[in-house]
Design a protein. Structure first.
Length: 389
């Protein structure tokens, strides 16, 4: 055995022999890192990747870097980061060795394997930097860990995540490199697994709407859906914010006109930081209990934390419903938010944060209504925002 192979073997040796499934980590991995997760669940692919000479050298270098940290958890986290050369080597190795696995087009985004894999690795780096190394989150008022960086609580959580990363988990990528498991563990120990809390999203509260959509004649309706964007809750312990109550009445009145088959309520657990209340769930409850909107007409999108992802994730729900994407949907929200959505600055924000615009903002029908033509690029997973990928 070569020295590089010996270092790699030692680095990935599990703490115990058995591997058990962790269903929570599985779902989170599938949401954040669909391509990396698929590789982890394919022993054949892992074997082929480990035999790739270029990648084996890179993995051995990474393992040696980690081994030099001994028990120092911050050092281990720093060593887990992928640089651009390592990412390029991984991408080329995946293209050479994982093609049979990745033939499933559902795993490959519209801009290709290399772009998708780069997003997953850069998203992983972002998780490590924010949750282990103290880098501020993009929106620190609602995102990131609740414990102050360097505090005893933060140090305890980091130490636990570092231990978890090498504790065997069936279907993980640990046998190739433990960095993905570290990213998942960091979110887990900080109780920031928001991105997987409602899977499978097409079941549960959405089951009735999904069943109705299968037999729907879309041509009967002017709009494919009414998208109700989130706004809060900013008030601690208030399940539906004052602004949210206004939004719900707005959309109930608009839905009563009968020119859209569904209301998509979009909003996750965002305001204030650490809130237990999911806005989409609370808006759905109010629509049913207060306004008598049938459950089969409401689709929850319970992950979005920003207006950008309200529209991106609503597009994903339209795609899942089978709605024709060449038809318009309708965005309903308060006048201030509506003007912001219509502004050039919002388009720039989408391009900066998502890399594209989730759709085309169309005609203004009233101070609270805009038409919207969705863009299928919204299907791309973006782990840079691990709470709303």
């Amino acid at each position: 055995m070569t020295l590089a192979a010996a270092i790699l073997a030692a680095a990935v040796q599990p703490a115990v022999a058995a591997e058990v499934r962790d269903r929570a980590s599985e779902v989170l991995a599938q949401r954040l890192f669909p391509m990396l997760d698929a590789m982890g669940r394919s022993p054949e692919t892992i074997t082929r990747l480990r035999a790739d000479r270029s990648l084996a050298t890179t993995l051995a270098t990474r393992a040696k870097r980690t081994a030099a940290c001994a028990e120092a958890a911050p050092c281990v986290a720093e060593a887990a980061l992928w640089d651009e050369q390592e990412l390029a080597t991984l991408t080329h190795a995946v293209e050479r060795n994982a093609t049979p696995l990745l033939r499933d087009r559902r795993l490959i985004p519209d801009d290709g394997l290399a772009s998708g894999l780069a997003r997953e690795i850069r998203g992983l780096n972002a998780i490590v930097r924010v949750y282990a190394l103290g880098m501020p989150a993009r929106y620190p008022s609602i995102d990131g860990p609740s414990a102050a960086f360097g505090s005893t609580v933060a140090q305890t959580r980091l130490a636990a995540a570092v231990r978890l990363r090498n504790t065997p988990r069936a279907g993980s990528l640990q046998a190739l490199d433990p960095s993905v498991e570290l990213g998942l563990a960091l979110l887990d120990v900080n109780d920031r697994t928001d991105a997987s809390g409602f899977e499978p999203i097409d079941g549960g509260d959405n089951a009735a709407a999904m069943a109705r959509a299968r037999g729907l004649d879309w041509s009967r309706y002017r709009y494919t859906a009414i998208v109700l964007t989130g706004i809060g809750p900013e008030v601690p312990d208030m399940p539906l914010s004052p602004g949210g109550k206004y939004h719900v009445r707005l959309v109930a009145n608009r839905f009563a006109e009968g020119d859209a088959p569904f209301i998509i309520v979009s909003g996750g657990r965002a305001h204030p930081h650490g809130t237990p209340h999911d806005e989409a769930v609370e808006m759905r409850r109010a629509l049913i209990e207060r306004y008598g909107v049938p459950a089969e007409a409401i689709v929850i999108e319970p992950y979005a934390r920003h207006t950008t992802t309200n529209l991106r994730n609503a597009t994903r729900r339209l795609m899942a419903l089978g709605a024709p994407l060449d038809r318009e949907a309708l965005i309903v929200c308060n006048p201030d938010q509506s003007r912001m959505i219509e502004s050039p600055a919002f388009g720039e924000r989408n391009r900066r944060e998502l890399g594209y615009e989730p759709g085309v903002i169309g005609r203004r029908l009233s101070p609270t209504e805009l038409t919207f033509r969705p863009d299928p690029r919204s299907a791309r997973i973006d782990p840079l925002d691990p709470l709303d990928p």
